[in-house]
Design a protein around this ligand. Structure first.
Ligand code: MG
Ligand code: MG
Length: 270
């Protein structure tokens, strides 16, 4: 059952999402060769707790850490470890936080030093597909319109769209209805209504769309071991329109990048 949110609830969710966004922004300067994902995980946990919130993933379905850290061929749900990052890696960092009873959930794939142009391009196109999906998240459309927009852009570029893992409704639970696949048919699925809040999160592979689920119960990798990336935003339908509760602006500020990609989706809390 889809739980639509009131304006007051969306304001609280904005706070949760913004805290996750700030956590990812805080990590930017620390993501570099030689640093371990476990160290980044500790930084994130401290940061979230310092802001009167609780790490959202820690202990959820028995996940052992604050961040899902998925380097290179790992798609999602990687467990932080003591292996240092190295020049040319990419790492997808997925972060959740629970604040005021509501979850925020956001992911971003970071380059570690210089990366190959083809991987850089995959990341840019995946992000473009995320915003194309967000644009379709308006009242009267269907979830399939979001799914179709993401799939079209990524498959036209020759990438593998992961099918086994999907976006989701977000609220007092991390994973609520509806599911938000990154593939599908226009006009199919649940109708998008005022007060819907969902996490849209394309998981896109450079090669095959096939993935492998590992015995640790968490790690998911590409079947061909080529790199994969993951970008996620929390989106609310307010006055019929898609509004971003999360932001990449803290990441871009730390990277010294200017971007207007979020401008048409900005949310003004009451
Ligand atoms: Mg996430
Ligand atoms: Mg999510």
């Amino acid at each position: 059952m889809v739980k639509l949110k009131t304006k007051e609830e969306i304001n609280l969710m904005y706070e949760s999402a913004q805290l996750v966004s700030k956590t990812l922004g805080m990590l930017v300067k620390e993501v570099k060769p030689g640093v371990t994902s476990l160290y980044l995980d500790k930084l994130a946990e401290e940061f979230i707790r310092d802001h009167e919130a609780i790490p959202g993933f820690l202990g959820m379905y028995d996940f052992p850490n604050t961040l899902c850290m998925s380097p290179n061929e790992q798609v999602v749900h990687g467990i932080p470890n003591n292996k240092p990052l190295k020049e040319g890696d990419i790492i997808s960092i997925d972060c959740g936080a629970l604040k005021n009873g509501f979850y925020g959930d956001q992911a971003y794939t970071f380059a570690v030093g210089e990366i190959s142009p083809e991987v850089q391009k995959m990341m840019e196109i995946t992000k473009r597909s995320l915003y194309a999906g967000i644009k379709k998240c308006k009242a009267g459309n269907k979830i399939g319109d979001i799914s179709f927009a993401i799939q079209l852009i990524c498959e036209n570029a020759g990438y593998g769209v992961v099918k086994e893992l999907v976006g989701h409704g977000l609220g007092r639970d991390m994973h609520e209805d509806p599911q938000v696949p990154n593939y599908g048919k226009k006009g199919s699925g649940v109708r998008i209504e005022e007060g819907l809040v969902i996490a849209i999160e394309p998981m896109i592979n450079l090669g095959t769309d096939r993935v492998k689920f590992h015995n640790d119960g968490w790690t998911v990798t590409t079947r061909d071991n080529q790199p994969s990336c993951h970008f996620e935003h929390d989106v609310a339908v307010v006055d019929g329109q898609p509004r971003l509760l999360s932001t990449f602006k803290y990441i871009y500020e730390a990277q010294g990048i200017s971007s207007d990609e979020e401008e048409e989706f900005l949310y003004q809390p009451l």
